[in-house]
Design a protein around this ligand. Structure first.
Ligand code: FES
Length: 94
């Protein structure tokens, strides 16, 4: 199992490798993550990967384009596009 940690609280969950972050959040509604379109175009789900970026699916050109429009925070990703393949620590973008 992989570990998914939310910062700054350090609340940690175990997830099966290959789990969609969107699916995980829809099953765990207590986690601090907002979604809008769920298809990578609105930017509502942006977050920062503090640890374990290598354990996520690679960023696509479509995800990069959306991120360029909604944040300038280095290391940002779109939660609705993430696949969790290993241990990661995530932090919401302010
Ligand atoms: S929910 Fe719209 S980009 Fe992720």
């Amino acid at each position: 199992m992989a570990k998914l940690t939310f910062l700054p609280t350090s609340k940690t969950y175990e997830v099966a490798p290959g789990t969609s972050y969107l699916d995980f959040c829809q099953k765990h509604t207590e986690v601090p993550q907002d979604f809008g379109c769920t298809v990578g175009s609105c930017g509502t789900c942006r977050l920062v990967v503090e640890k374990g970026a290598e354990s996520l699916n690679p960023i696509t050109s479509e995800e990069s384009e959306t991120l360029e429009m909604c944040t300038d925070v280095p290391g940002a990703r779109l939660g609705c596009q993430l696949i969790l393949n290993g241990d990661v620590a995530l932090r919401p973008v302010d």
